[in-house]
Write a protein that binds this ligand. Structure first.
Ligand code: ATP
Ligand code: MG
Length: 352
């Protein structure tokens, strides 16, 4: 694996005394999807900040493409630029990230720092705004935006730098389900485009959806395990130990499920969320066929509604582009899908 970021024996203590990371070693491959998970206070944000060169280890080293990232190395103008151009950081709290008078200024800020020509910078800013669907907000001051809109702008302000590594701290926090879906799609699309995507989260379904490689931090700030999302999510004992699940929480199908509608030119179908059951053995009962059908109907209905909305949305988009032929077919799909709704309801009524 071509490691782009490497941490070796990294410990960090705030003010030299409050422990936040203890001897963490890990390597992140170029083009990987990598997630850091752990309970509150385990050190996820600190680790991400250390990887992003925002704070520096008390012990151990961090390197980027074989160059040590330290207070000293970042004082060298050449390396500072090399590193900042290539590694972008999206803070959990967008208010920390956004400080310009307008959204457009926010998106232009990074390219300007890189001394990019005005025209190219504006082209990038507009391309990113279009991708994130925030063009209509371009003249607004960031403080006059909702949390989800701010998050898009914060991500946009990093994307205009076109970094090869993106570090996201708790990217789905505070977002509504639709925006969370959008974000998951975006992370996958960025990764598909070759970016290394690293995130800190305690959203277990997110790591499943991304099929990320996962580093698990313990509450003592150790690296407890590194493995695939599937391996980690199946390891109940580990998740209980690090306090990411407890006896009464379980994920099941719909509750932990987000369906991705891709607005990007690819679609992933393997978004299964592994089931994490911590239900006591005696409460477990085999599902009979009717129960299974009930679950399936719920699932089909939910996705049918989502699909219907997407057909409609695309019909409107095609219509706006003057492609009435496509708009007509998509509208017919929307109407047919809407009709299916009553059939699902009828089947569910029969099962009651
Ligand atoms: N600015 C700070 N000053 C002092 N201690 C801090 C500071 N930030 C974090 N810590 C401490 O460092 C440890 C790790 O914190 P960190 O924010 O990295 O955890 P986290 O896993 O990101 O938590 P959360 O899930 O709540 O975001 C915690 O014990 C925390 O109290
Ligand atoms: Mg945190």
């Amino acid at each position: 694996m071509d490691e782009i970021i490497k941490a070796e024996g990294v410990s960090y203590r705030y003010y030299g005394s409050i422990p936040a990371l203890a001897g963490v070693s890990l390597g992140i491959g170029a083009g990987e999807r990598f997630a850091v998970i752990g309970a509150n206070g385990s050190g996820k944000s600190t680790l991400l900040q250390v990887l992003g060169g925002l704070v520096f280890p008390s012990e151990g080293t961090v390197s980027f493409r074989g160059h040590e990232v330290s207070e000293k190395s970042l004082r060298e103008k050449g390396f500072l630029r090399f590193f900042r151009e290539r590694v972008g950081y999206v803070f959990q709290d967008s208010d920390i990230q956004l400080f310009c008078p307008t959204v457009l200024d926010e998106l232009l800020y990074g390219p300007q720092q890189l001394s990019m020509a005005e025209e190219e910078a504006r082209e990038r800013a507009f391309a990113v705004m279009q991708m994130l669907n925030i063009e209509n907000l371009k003249d607004r001051p960031p403080y006059m935006l909702s949390g989800g809109e701010k998050k898009r702008v914060a991500i946009g302000s990093v994307l205009t730098m076109n970094p090869e590594v993106l570090l996201f701290d708790e990217p789905t926090n505070g977002l509504d389900p639709r925006t969370q879906c959008f974000l998951v799609e975006l992370l996958l699309a960025l990764n598909e485009a070759g970016k290394t995507v690293v995130l800190a989260t305690h959203d277990l379904s997110l790591i499943g959806e991304l099929h990320a490689r996962v580093a698990v931090l313990s509450e003592d700030h150790w690296l407890e395990k590194t493995g695939s999302a599937e391996e980690v999510l199946e390891d109940e004992e580990l998740l209980l130990k690090v306090n990411l699940i407890h006896e009464h929480i379980h994920f099941h199908g719909k509750t932990a499920h987000r369906h991705l509608h891709s607005h990007f030119p690819f679609h992933r179908h393997e978004n299964h969320i592994p089931h994490i059951h911590t239900i006591p053995e005696k409460e477990k009962q085999p599902m009979n066929e009717l129960d299974k059908l009930k679950h399936l109907l719920h699932h089909w209905q939910e996705h049918n509604d989502e699909h219907a909305d997407t057909y409609k949305e695309w019909s409107q988009k095609m219509s706006a582009l003057g492609r009435q032929d496509l708009a007509g077919v998509l509208d017919a799909l929307y109407r047919d899908a809407s009709k299916l709704g009553t059939l699902f309801e009828e089947a569910m009524r029969m099962l009651k």
